[in-house]
Design a protein around this ligand. Structure first.
Ligand code: KDG
Length: 316
C-alpha cells in the first residue's frame, strides 16, 4: 500500500511551443497534467510510494493519461474506469515577461466531475500515511465537493494525515464560492499549502509573508503551513517555529506544475519526520520544475540534493 494517496482530475494539456501564441501555433504538444497526479509523480520520483485515484474514460485518451502516470511508478490500481463522460482538456500558452500565461479549459462534463464518492476504494485510502487533496477538486461541482469531504472523513477515521493545497483557479470558481468551501475544510486538515496571493484572496490575510503566516497559525494552531512566495522561496510554520527557504535564480521555460513539485518535495521531508528538510527539497524541486516543459520535473532526490548543496555540474 502506498504511503501517500492523491485524489483528483488529470487533464490532457495542449501546449503551444515556447514563443508561440495559441492563436498562432500550428502544432500543440500533448502532455498529461493534473495537480494531484503531479504530486503523486513527484513523490514517486523522490522515492516515496504513492497512489493516484481518479475517474477516467476508458478510451485512448484516458488510457494515455493513466499510462503516463504509471510510467513514474505511481500506483494507478484504484482508478475508476468508465464509459461515460469525457476526458478533460486544457490549452496552454506559455508566458514570457511581459506576456502572461494563458489557460483555456475544455473540461465540462468530464468523467471525474461525475464521480460518486461511493465508487472509491476507501479501505485503500485509510491504509495510507497521508492523503493529498487540492482546492481544484471541489471547484469541479457538487459530486467533487462531496468527494473531498468524504475523503477527509475517511482519512480522519483511519488516522491518515490530510494535506491540502488551496490551488485557487479563478477560471473555475469565484473567490466567494472558494471561501465558502475551503474555510470549513481548514479545521480538519494537517498540512496546508498556499501562496501569498491565496493567503490574501482566500484566507483574507494581510501584511508581509511572516505576518500572514503567524496569523494563519494563530487561527489554525494545529496546522503545519507552507506559504510560498511569488519570487520562489517559501516559509514554513511547524510546531510554533518559522523556517524560511529562499528561492534560486531561475531561467524559467514553463512554470506550470512548480507548486506541485514544491508540495511533493515538502511531503518527502515531512514523511521522514523532517519538515525543514522538506522545505528545502520543495523549494529546490519547484525551481528545477521551471526548467522542464510539461507539468513534471524529471528529477530525483540526488538532483535536489545537488542543487541544495550548490553542486550542480556545469557541462559547458
Ligand atoms: O498545477 C498544475 C495544474 O493545475 C494544471 O496542470 C492543470 O490540474 C490542473 C487544473 O485542474 O487546473
Amino acid at each position: 500500500m502506498p504511503d501517500v494517496v492523491t485524489i483528483g482530475e488529470t487533464l490532457l494539456r495542449l501546449t503551444a511551443p515556447p514563443g508561440f501564441g495559441l492563436e498562432q501555433t500550428e502544432v500543440l504538444r500533448l502532455e498529461v497534467a493534473g495537480a494531484e497526479s503531479n504530486v503523486a509523480i513527484g513523490l514517486s520520483r523522490l522515492g516515496i510510494s504513492s497512489g493516484w485515484i481518479s475517474r477516467i474514460v476508458n478510451n485512448p485518451l484516458g488510457r494515455r493519461i493513466v499510462n503516463k502516470i504509471r510510467e513514474h511508478g505511481v500506483d494507478v490500481s484504484r482508478v475508476i474506469w468508465t464509459s461515460e463522460g469525457r476526458v478533460g482538456l486544457y490549452y496552454l500558452e506559455l508566458g514570457r515577461s511581459p506576456r502572461p500565461y494563458q489557460v483555456i479549459y475544455d473540461r465540462a462534463g468530464s468523467a471525474f466531475s461525475q464521480i460518486d464518492p461511493e465508487e472509491v476504494d476507501w479501505d485503500y485510502v485509510r491504509q495510507a500515511r497521508l492523503i493529498h487533496l487540492t482546492g481544484i477538486t471541489p471547484a469541479l461541482g457538487p459530486n467533487c465537493h462531496r468527494l473531498i469531504c468524504r475523503a477527509i472523513e475517511e482519512a480522519k477515521s483511519g488516522g491518515v494525515k490530510v494535506s491540502f493545497d488551496i490551488n485557487y483557479r479563478a477560471k473555475l470558481w469565484s473567490v466567494d464560492s472558494a471561501r465558502q468551501v475551503i474555510w470549513p475544510i481548514l479545521s480538519s486538515i494537517d498540512v496546508l499549502f498556499c501562496t501569498t496571493r491565496e493567503a490574501n484572496q482566500i484566507l483574507g490575510l494581510e501584511g508581509d509573508p511572516e505576518t500572514m503566516l503567524r496569523e494563519a497559525a494563530h487561527r489554525y494552531p494545529n496546522l503545519t503551513i507552507v506559504l510560498t512566495l511569488e519570487e520562489g522561496g517559501a516559509l514554513l510554520w511547524y510546531k510554533g517555529q518559522i523556517y524560511v527557504q529562499s528561492g534560486y535564480p531561475l531561467e524559467p521555460i514553463d512554470r506550470v506544475g512548480a507548486g506541485d513539485a514544491l508540495v511533493a518535495g515538502f511531503l518527502a521531508g515531512f514523511l521522514q519526520e523532517n519538515p525543514p528538510q522538506g522545505l528545502a527539497y520543495g523549494v529546490a524541486y519547484a525551481a528545477l520544475k521551471h526548467t522542464f516543459i510539461g507539468d513534471i520535473a524529471w528529477c530525483d532526490l540526488s538532483d535536489l540534493e545537488q542543487l541544495i548543496k550548490n553542486q550542480f555540474t556545469n557541462w559547458r
